[in-house]
Design a protein around this ligand. Structure first.
Ligand code: ZN
Length: 352
C-alpha cells in the first residue's frame, strides 16, 4: 500500500462505539495497529485519514439490527426509540472516552471545535482531527436544556435521528428496495432544534432522516444541507439513499453528501455482499458530481459502523479510493474537494 499523499476528511465513523463497547470492538486499543474494526491511529496514518466526524451512536439495548428477507429484497424492522436518560449517559461516556484518547495521544488525535483548528489539524501530517457528532439527537433534552452543555463538550454536529423515531423526528427504516418517503416530518421540538443548531453554528446532519423530515430541514435551516453518509437512490434503491430531488436540494443549499462505503447502500442489488469493487463506490461519487457538481460530493465511510467493501477493507484503503477517483478522470483539484475540501468548506460556513 503506497500512501496517496491525499489527506481525507471523512463524514462518518463509529469508531468511538467500537472502542467503548468491548462486545463490539473486542476491547481493542485506538493506539495499537490491529485487524479488528476499521480505524485505529496507526492505520489512520497509513491511510492518510486526516480526520472526520466521530459519531456518538447510542445502540438500542438487546437488539441485533438483523436484516430479514422479503419477497423483493430485505428490510430491517424499525428499531424502537431509546430513552433520553440512557442516551445522555451513553453520550457523555463516549465524549469522555474521546477526550481521554486525545489526552493519551501526544497531540496525534485532536478534538476540534473551530474551522481554523480543524484545517490546521487536517493539514498536519500524522494528526487526526475529530469533530464530535451525535448520530441521532436522543441525548439532547427535548427542551434543549443541555444543548449548550453538549456544545461546551465539543459537539459541533447533530444528526436529528438515526433509523428510529425520537422526540425530534422520524428515522427512515432500512429497506431494499425502498423509498425514504416513509412517514411524518419533524416534530415541533425537531424544528426548534434545527433553529437552535443554526443559532449556535452546529452542523445539522440529514442522514437517516425520512423524506418529510428532510424537506422540513431544507425549509427551516439557514445552513448548507449536510448528509454525512448515504448513497444515490438511483444507483441503489434503498430507503437510506438520496433521491435526485434530495441531491438537488443539498446542492442548491451549497451543502455536501458524504458517500458511504456500506455495501448495502452502494450495490445495485442492495445485498450485504462485500466482494464489491471500488468502482461501485466511485459510481456514486461520479453520479453526484455529474448531476449537481463536484462541490457537493465527499466521502462518508461509516468505518466501524457498517459492512464495507472488501476492496477498501479498512481506513488503509482510502488511498485506493483516491486512486480510483483518479482513474475515473477526476483531476487533482477535484480530488482535493472530494477528499476533504468540500467538507472543510461546508463546516467553516456552518460553524462561523
Ligand atoms: Zn449511520
Amino acid at each position: 500500500m503506497t500512501t496517496s499523499g491525499t489527506p481525507v476528511f471523512d463524514g462518518h465513523n463509529d469508531t468511538l462505539l467500537d472502542l467503548l463497547r468491548a462486545d463490539r470492538g473486542g476491547g481493542r486499543s485506538f493506539f495499537e495497529r490491529g485487524d479488528a474494526g476499521h480505524v485505529d491511529l496507526p492505520r489512520a496514518r497509513e491511510g492518510d485519514f486526516a480526520g472526520g466526524l466521530f459519531a456518538v451512536f447510542v445502540p438500542n439495548e438487546d437488539l441485533d439490527y438483523e436484516w430479514e428477507e422479503t419477497d423483493e429484497g430485505r428490510r430491517m424492522p424499525l428499531a424502537p426509540a431509546v430513552a433520553h436518560d440512557r442516551a445522555k449517559e451513553f453520550t457523555y461516556d463516549a465524549l469522555a472516552l474521546l477526550y481521554r484518547l486525545e489526552a493519551q495521544s501526544d497531540g496525534a488525535l485532536r478534538v476540534v471545535g473551530n474551522a481554523d483548528d480543524l484545517e490546521a489539524a487536517v493539514a498536519e501530517e500524522g494528526t487526526v482531527a475529530a469533530v464530535p457528532h451525535l448520530e441521532g439527537a436522543e441525548a439532547v433534552a427535548p427542551d434543549r436544556s443541555n444543548l449548550d452543555f453538549l456544545y461546551a463538550a465539543g459537539v459541533r454536529s447533530v444528526g436529528l435521528v438515526w433509523s428510529r423515531p425520537n422526540e425530534f423526528g422520524h428515522g427512515v427504516p432500512f429497506e431494499y428496495p425502498g423509498t425514504p418517503d416513509t412517514g411524518p416530518g419533524l416534530t415541533d421540538a425537531g424544528r426548534d432544534l434545527v433553529r437552535a443548531c443554526n443559532d449556535r453554528g452546529i452542523l445539522v446532519d440529514l442522514a437517516h432522516l425520512n423524506a418529510a423530515g428532510f424537506r422540513d430541514v431544507a425549509e427551516i435551516s439557514s445552513a448548507p444541507l449536510v448528509v454525512s453518509h448515504a448513497g444515490v437512490h438511483e444507483l441503489c434503491p434503498t430507503s437510506r439513499n438520496l433521491t435526485d430531488d434530495q441531491l438537488d436540494a443539498v446542492a442548491d443549499s451549497g451543502g455536501v453528501v458524504g458517500i458511504t462505503f456500506a455495501v448495502t447502500s452502494l450495490r445495485e442489488d442492495g445485498r450485504k455482499e462485500t466482494d464489491t469493487p471500488i468502482s461501485t463506490l466511485v459510481d456514486h461519487v461520479e453520479y453526484v458530481a455529474d448531476r449537481v457538481g463536484v462541490d457537493h460530493v465527499a466521502l462518508g465511510s461509516d468505518f466501524d459502523g457498517a459492512t464495507i467493501l472488501d476492496s477498501v477493507g479498512d481506513v488503509t484503503g482510502l488511498p485506493d479510493v483516491v486512486a480510483e477517483l483518479r482513474n475515473r478522470g477526476f483531476d487533482a483539484h477535484e480530488i482535493r474537494k472530494i477528499a476533504r475540501g468540500n467538507w472543510l468548506r461546508v463546516i467553516r460556513e456552518t460553524w462561523e
